[in-house]
Design a protein around this ligand. Structure first.
Ligand code: SF4
Length: 334
């Protein structure tokens, strides 16, 4: 039996091995001791969902524990909650869901709204597929070991228990099985706005997730670390990974950035640099000209430029006013 954080399912396989395998005793770089992040946003969102009449079967005072079976290896996890919409609520259709709450910056949030979960946050999608492929094994009180420090534990747990007092959940021994759909609720940390996406089971994606786990476990059983997902640590996942020091120790220093002296490549490097400067200058010129061209009403063509206004709706999502009113200026080929 392996304990893992479901949020790692969609991520680097090496991290999975560090977290759940025999490499667990490695040094971890402590993450920032934060109160008003992750957990806090999750609880705040849960409170708003309760107020919207989304019923929690678990996730306030209790947690649902599941098992994902990967080629005979049982992997344990627990989920943010099991919720039920008895009627359509806001952007949430009627149904029973595995809840996953995420908080993100406005860029990531807008990306999610515009492109959908699978195209914008594949690792969250994979995480939910892992949950949807698992089976519910037990319900238990939310454990205190989850928390990073006492202040966080007291505040977060207090908020959760207060919610549970107002919105009673199912008793701990109530086991209705896992829902067959996932509900991702994403909070924009700047505006507080929520976005919802229902995630259906995707067997092909689940197979990919399981393959990743198998690779990780297989390497672990051989006493090896699985390959890294990344070529270097300058990416968001490695920067936030508690195993980054252990993982990259010595490797990065052995491959410092070099200065090349290759006349054949130099030409292309200059071409690129010139293009980059041109790109920036071009954007600045266009932005300077745009307000004057847009000040004229209606669509029109003027010399090499065509100015057209159109309203567009981004798929099924309700988009902001700014996004709906898009003015495009096209250069007409002469
Ligand atoms: S530091 Fe990066 S490559 Fe290493 S385990 Fe963490 S996420 Fe994977």
């Amino acid at each position: 039996m392996i304990n893992f954080r479901g949020s790692n399912l969609g991520l680097c396989p090496r991290k999975l091995a560090y977290e759940g395998g025999s490499f667990l005793n490695v040094t971890q770089v402590p993450t920032k001791q934060r109160l008003l992040d992750g957990w806090w946003h999750e609880v705040e969102v849960k409170g708003r969902l309760c107020d919207m009449d989304l019923h929690f079967e678990s996730g306030l005072s209790s947690q649902a524990n599941l098992v994902l079976n990967v080629n005979g290896v049982q992997i344990l996890g627990h989920i943010d909650g099991i919720v039920c919409a008895f009627s359509p609520i806001d952007g949430i259709p009627l149904g029973r869901y595995i809840l996953e709450v995420k908080s993100m910056g406005p860029g990531g949030w807008f990306n999610l709204k515009r492109n959908g979960l699978i195209n914008s946050h594949r690792h969250h999608y994979d995480q939910l597929q892992g949950y949807l492929g698992g089976s519910l094994v037990s319900m238990s009180p939310i454990t205190m070991e989850e928390f990073e420090n006492e202040l966080q534990r007291d505040v977060i747990l207090g908020m959760l228990w207060a919610l549970a007092a107002h919105y009673p959940e199912a008793p701990y021994d109530y086991l209705a099985g896992l829902p067959t759909k996932g509900l991702l609720v994403a909070k924009d940390k700047d505006s507080g706005e929520l976005a919802y996406e229902v995630v259906e089971r995707d067997p092909i994606n689940l197979a990919v997730v399981k393959r990743r786990v198998i690779n990780s476990i297989g390497a672990d059983l051989r006493g090896e670390l699985p390959s890294r997902l990344w070529d270097n640590p300058k990416n968001w996942e490695c920067k936030n990974c508690p195993f980054r020091v252990q993982c990259w120790e010595g490797i990065v220093d052995e491959q410092p950035s070099r200065t090349l002296d290759d006349p054949d490549l130099l030409l292309f490097a200059r071409m690129y640099a010139e293009g980059k400067a041109f790109e920036k200058r071009g954007e600045a010129l266009m932005e300077d000209a745009r307000p004057m061209l847009e000040s004229v009403d209606g669509d029109y063509t003027l010399g090499p430029v065509k100015v057209s206004r159109r309203t567009q709706k981004a798929g099924k999502y309700e988009v902001t006013r700014e996004e709906k009113e898009i003015t495009t200026i096209r250069v007409v080929e002469s």
